[in-house]
Write a protein that binds this ligand. Structure first.
Ligand code: AKG
Length: 263
Protein backbone atom coordinates (compact mmCIF):
# COMPACT_ATOMS: atom_id res chain seq x y z
CA UNK A 1 0.00 0.00 0.00
CA UNK A 2 1.24 3.49 -0.86
CA UNK A 3 1.90 5.96 1.96
CA UNK A 4 1.05 8.96 -0.21
CA UNK A 5 -0.59 9.63 -3.55
CA UNK A 6 -0.24 12.54 -5.94
CA UNK A 7 -3.79 13.47 -6.88
CA UNK A 8 -4.92 15.80 -9.61
CA UNK A 9 -8.16 17.44 -10.52
CA UNK A 10 -8.62 18.40 -14.17
CA UNK A 11 -11.05 21.29 -14.41
CA UNK A 12 -12.00 22.56 -17.85
CA UNK A 13 -14.75 24.11 -19.89
CA UNK A 14 -16.84 21.38 -21.55
CA UNK A 15 -17.93 22.17 -25.11
CA UNK A 16 -21.59 21.10 -25.30
CA UNK A 17 -21.99 17.99 -27.47
CA UNK A 18 -18.42 18.26 -28.85
CA UNK A 19 -16.83 14.95 -27.92
CA UNK A 20 -13.79 15.38 -30.13
CA UNK A 21 -12.93 18.82 -28.71
CA UNK A 22 -13.39 17.65 -25.12
CA UNK A 23 -11.37 14.49 -25.67
CA UNK A 24 -8.45 16.48 -27.11
CA UNK A 25 -8.61 18.81 -24.10
CA UNK A 26 -8.80 16.01 -21.53
CA UNK A 27 -6.02 14.02 -23.19
CA UNK A 28 -3.69 17.05 -23.16
CA UNK A 29 -4.49 17.79 -19.50
CA UNK A 30 -3.95 14.14 -18.52
CA UNK A 31 -0.58 14.23 -20.28
CA UNK A 32 0.47 17.35 -18.39
CA UNK A 33 -0.45 15.99 -14.95
CA UNK A 34 1.16 12.62 -15.75
CA UNK A 35 4.38 14.53 -16.53
CA UNK A 36 4.13 16.09 -13.06
CA UNK A 37 3.87 12.67 -11.46
CA UNK A 38 0.12 12.50 -10.80
CA UNK A 39 -1.06 9.01 -9.86
CA UNK A 40 -4.80 9.71 -9.69
CA UNK A 41 -6.61 12.09 -12.06
CA UNK A 42 -10.24 13.14 -11.64
CA UNK A 43 -12.14 14.57 -14.62
CA UNK A 44 -15.50 16.41 -14.43
CA UNK A 45 -19.00 14.95 -14.72
CA UNK A 46 -20.16 14.11 -18.27
CA UNK A 47 -16.90 15.61 -19.48
CA UNK A 48 -17.07 14.21 -23.02
CA UNK A 49 -20.22 16.11 -24.01
CA UNK A 50 -21.81 18.01 -21.10
CA UNK A 51 -25.55 18.00 -20.54
CA UNK A 52 -26.69 17.92 -24.15
CA UNK A 53 -29.81 16.16 -22.82
CA UNK A 54 -31.66 15.47 -26.06
CA UNK A 55 -28.59 14.09 -27.85
CA UNK A 56 -27.38 11.98 -24.91
CA UNK A 57 -28.43 8.58 -26.36
CA UNK A 58 -26.50 9.35 -29.55
CA UNK A 59 -23.50 10.86 -27.73
CA UNK A 60 -23.37 7.88 -25.37
CA UNK A 61 -22.67 5.62 -28.36
CA UNK A 62 -19.19 7.19 -28.46
CA UNK A 63 -18.40 6.36 -24.82
CA UNK A 64 -16.74 2.98 -25.54
CA UNK A 65 -14.30 4.78 -27.86
CA UNK A 66 -13.61 7.45 -25.21
CA UNK A 67 -13.02 4.70 -22.64
CA UNK A 68 -10.53 2.96 -24.96
CA UNK A 69 -8.56 6.19 -25.08
CA UNK A 70 -8.63 6.56 -21.27
CA UNK A 71 -7.51 2.95 -20.86
CA UNK A 72 -4.59 3.59 -23.20
CA UNK A 73 -3.55 6.69 -21.22
CA UNK A 74 -3.90 4.84 -17.92
CA UNK A 75 -1.79 1.95 -19.23
CA UNK A 76 0.96 4.22 -20.57
CA UNK A 77 1.08 6.69 -17.67
CA UNK A 78 0.29 4.35 -14.76
CA UNK A 79 -2.42 6.77 -13.60
CA UNK A 80 -5.80 5.85 -12.17
CA UNK A 81 -8.40 7.98 -13.99
CA UNK A 82 -11.94 8.79 -12.81
CA UNK A 83 -14.64 10.80 -14.57
CA UNK A 84 -18.25 10.43 -15.63
CA UNK A 85 -19.61 9.79 -19.14
CA UNK A 86 -23.02 8.98 -20.62
CA UNK A 87 -23.49 5.20 -20.70
CA UNK A 88 -26.11 3.60 -22.91
CA UNK A 89 -27.64 0.25 -22.02
CA UNK A 90 -30.62 -0.77 -24.17
CA UNK A 91 -33.10 2.15 -23.98
CA UNK A 92 -31.51 3.63 -20.82
CA UNK A 93 -28.78 6.24 -20.54
CA UNK A 94 -26.90 6.49 -17.23
CA UNK A 95 -24.55 9.14 -15.89
CA UNK A 96 -21.70 6.76 -15.11
CA UNK A 97 -18.38 7.40 -13.39
CA UNK A 98 -15.69 5.00 -14.58
CA UNK A 99 -12.60 4.12 -12.56
CA UNK A 100 -9.78 3.19 -14.92
CA UNK A 101 -6.79 1.43 -13.41
CA UNK A 102 -3.91 -0.39 -15.11
CA UNK A 103 -5.41 0.20 -18.53
CA UNK A 104 -8.83 -1.29 -17.81
CA UNK A 105 -12.18 -0.35 -16.29
CA UNK A 106 -11.82 -1.36 -12.64
CA UNK A 107 -15.17 -0.01 -11.45
CA UNK A 108 -18.32 1.69 -12.67
CA UNK A 109 -20.73 3.84 -10.68
CA UNK A 110 -24.05 5.02 -12.08
CA UNK A 111 -25.23 8.28 -10.49
CA UNK A 112 -27.79 7.46 -7.81
CA UNK A 113 -29.35 10.87 -7.18
CA UNK A 114 -30.52 12.56 -10.36
CA UNK A 115 -30.86 16.35 -10.16
CA UNK A 116 -34.62 16.66 -10.67
CA UNK A 117 -34.41 20.44 -10.18
CA UNK A 118 -32.85 20.61 -13.66
CA UNK A 119 -34.73 17.69 -15.21
CA UNK A 120 -31.88 15.18 -15.15
CA UNK A 121 -34.37 12.49 -14.12
CA UNK A 122 -36.36 13.02 -17.35
CA UNK A 123 -33.43 12.14 -19.58
CA UNK A 124 -31.32 9.73 -17.54
CA UNK A 125 -31.88 6.57 -15.54
CA UNK A 126 -30.49 6.32 -12.02
CA UNK A 127 -28.11 3.68 -10.74
CA UNK A 128 -28.90 1.19 -8.00
CA UNK A 129 -25.54 0.61 -6.32
CA UNK A 130 -22.70 2.51 -4.71
CA UNK A 131 -19.05 1.80 -5.47
CA UNK A 132 -15.87 1.39 -3.46
CA UNK A 133 -13.02 -0.11 -5.44
CA UNK A 134 -9.46 -1.06 -4.56
CA UNK A 135 -6.97 0.47 -6.98
CA UNK A 136 -3.21 0.93 -7.13
CA UNK A 137 -3.70 4.29 -5.33
CA UNK A 138 -5.88 2.95 -2.51
CA UNK A 139 -9.59 2.37 -1.84
CA UNK A 140 -11.65 4.80 -3.89
CA UNK A 141 -15.29 5.67 -3.31
CA UNK A 142 -17.14 7.50 -6.07
CA UNK A 143 -20.01 10.01 -5.99
CA UNK A 144 -21.25 12.41 -8.67
CA UNK A 145 -22.25 16.06 -8.25
CA UNK A 146 -25.76 16.21 -6.66
CA UNK A 147 -24.87 13.05 -4.65
CA UNK A 148 -22.94 15.50 -2.46
CA UNK A 149 -26.22 16.53 -0.84
CA UNK A 150 -26.81 12.99 0.47
CA UNK A 151 -24.50 12.33 3.44
CA UNK A 152 -25.86 8.78 3.77
CA UNK A 153 -24.06 7.77 0.60
CA UNK A 154 -20.74 9.16 1.82
CA UNK A 155 -21.13 7.43 5.17
CA UNK A 156 -21.77 4.15 3.38
CA UNK A 157 -18.64 4.58 1.24
CA UNK A 158 -16.66 5.36 4.39
CA UNK A 159 -17.93 2.30 6.24
CA UNK A 160 -16.98 0.24 3.21
CA UNK A 161 -13.40 1.41 3.53
CA UNK A 162 -13.09 4.34 1.12
CA UNK A 163 -9.97 6.44 1.77
CA UNK A 164 -10.44 8.88 -1.09
CA UNK A 165 -13.79 9.93 -2.52
CA UNK A 166 -13.65 11.10 -6.13
CA UNK A 167 -16.45 13.43 -7.11
CA UNK A 168 -16.81 14.50 -10.75
CA UNK A 169 -19.29 17.38 -11.06
CA UNK A 170 -21.00 19.96 -13.22
CA UNK A 171 -22.17 22.20 -10.40
CA UNK A 172 -23.43 25.56 -11.69
CA UNK A 173 -23.75 29.05 -10.20
CA UNK A 174 -25.16 30.35 -7.93
CA UNK A 175 -24.58 27.61 -5.33
CA UNK A 176 -20.80 27.95 -4.84
CA UNK A 177 -21.25 28.14 -1.10
CA UNK A 178 -23.13 24.86 -0.92
CA UNK A 179 -20.47 23.16 -3.04
CA UNK A 180 -17.53 24.24 -0.90
CA UNK A 181 -19.30 23.82 2.45
CA UNK A 182 -20.71 20.38 1.69
CA UNK A 183 -17.42 19.07 0.29
CA UNK A 184 -15.55 20.16 3.41
CA UNK A 185 -18.31 18.75 5.63
CA UNK A 186 -18.25 15.34 3.89
CA UNK A 187 -14.45 15.19 4.33
CA UNK A 188 -14.59 16.24 7.99
CA UNK A 189 -17.48 14.02 9.09
CA UNK A 190 -16.06 10.95 7.35
CA UNK A 191 -12.39 11.77 8.00
CA UNK A 192 -11.20 11.03 4.49
CA UNK A 193 -9.78 12.70 1.38
CA UNK A 194 -11.96 14.21 -1.32
CA UNK A 195 -10.93 14.98 -4.89
CA UNK A 196 -13.76 17.02 -6.43
CA UNK A 197 -13.61 18.24 -10.01
CA UNK A 198 -16.11 20.73 -11.34
CA UNK A 199 -16.22 22.15 -14.88
CA UNK A 200 -16.04 25.88 -15.63
CA UNK A 201 -17.38 28.42 -18.09
CA UNK A 202 -20.70 28.75 -19.87
CA UNK A 203 -22.43 25.68 -21.28
CA UNK A 204 -25.80 26.34 -22.90
CA UNK A 205 -27.85 28.28 -20.33
CA UNK A 206 -25.64 27.34 -17.40
CA UNK A 207 -22.61 29.06 -15.95
CA UNK A 208 -20.14 26.91 -14.01
CA UNK A 209 -17.89 28.43 -11.37
CA UNK A 210 -15.13 25.83 -11.29
CA UNK A 211 -13.71 25.79 -7.75
CA UNK A 212 -12.47 22.21 -7.95
CA UNK A 213 -11.08 21.16 -4.59
CA UNK A 214 -8.61 18.69 -3.11
CA UNK A 215 -9.42 18.26 0.59
CA UNK A 216 -7.78 16.32 3.43
CA UNK A 217 -9.56 14.50 6.29
CA UNK A 218 -9.62 17.49 8.66
CA UNK A 219 -11.41 19.49 5.98
CA UNK A 220 -8.37 21.60 5.09
CA UNK A 221 -8.27 22.55 1.44
CA UNK A 222 -4.96 21.45 -0.10
CA UNK A 223 -5.66 22.97 -3.52
CA UNK A 224 -8.47 25.00 -5.01
CA UNK A 225 -9.16 26.13 -8.57
CA UNK A 226 -10.57 29.43 -9.74
CA UNK A 227 -13.11 29.78 -12.54
CA UNK A 228 -10.94 28.84 -15.55
CA UNK A 229 -9.31 25.71 -16.98
CA UNK A 230 -6.94 24.44 -14.26
CA UNK A 231 -5.00 21.35 -13.30
CA UNK A 232 -4.73 21.03 -9.53
CA UNK A 233 -2.20 18.73 -7.91
CA UNK A 234 -1.72 17.83 -4.25
CA UNK A 235 -0.32 14.97 -2.21
CA UNK A 236 -2.67 12.91 -0.09
CA UNK A 237 -0.74 11.35 2.83
CA UNK A 238 -2.58 8.35 4.22
CA UNK A 239 -0.94 8.79 7.65
CA UNK A 240 -3.01 11.98 8.03
CA UNK A 241 -6.18 9.95 7.69
CA UNK A 242 -5.01 7.29 10.17
CA UNK A 243 -3.73 9.84 12.71
CA UNK A 244 -6.89 11.90 12.60
CA UNK A 245 -9.14 8.85 12.96
CA UNK A 246 -7.02 7.66 15.91
CA UNK A 247 -7.23 11.09 17.54
CA UNK A 248 -11.00 11.60 17.11
CA UNK A 249 -12.45 8.10 16.60
CA UNK A 250 -15.81 9.15 15.12
CA UNK A 251 -16.41 5.75 13.50
CA UNK A 252 -16.06 3.93 16.85
CA UNK A 253 -18.23 6.47 18.66
CA UNK A 254 -21.21 6.08 16.35
CA UNK A 255 -24.55 4.94 17.85
CA UNK A 256 -26.17 2.96 15.02
CA UNK A 257 -28.57 1.29 17.47
CA UNK A 258 -30.28 4.69 17.79
CA UNK A 259 -30.25 6.02 14.24
CA UNK A 260 -30.02 2.91 12.09
CA UNK A 261 -27.32 0.70 10.77
CA UNK A 262 -25.39 1.22 7.56
CA UNK A 263 -24.75 -0.37 5.15
O1 AKG B 1 -26.92 20.22 -6.17
C1 AKG B 1 -26.64 21.18 -6.90
O2 AKG B 1 -26.80 22.35 -6.53
C2 AKG B 1 -26.09 20.97 -8.27
C3 AKG B 1 -26.22 19.54 -8.74
C4 AKG B 1 -26.01 19.38 -10.18
O3 AKG B 1 -25.86 20.34 -10.92
C5 AKG B 1 -25.94 18.04 -10.79
O4 AKG B 1 -26.01 17.03 -10.07
O5 AKG B 1 -25.78 17.95 -12.01
Amino acid sequence: MLSRVKVSSLQFHIALGEIKTNLVKATAALGRVADQGAQLAVLPEMWSCGYDYKRLPELAMETPRVLDELCRISEESGMVIVGSLPEKERENVFNTAYVIDRGRVAGRYRKLHLFSFMGEDRFLSSGKESLVVTTRVGRLGVAICYDLRFPELFRKLTLEGAEIICLPAEWPKPRQDHWRTLLRARAIENQLFIAATNCCGVQGKLDFFGMSLLIEPRGDVLAEAGATDTELIAEFEFAQLQDYRAQIPCADDRRPEVYGKLP
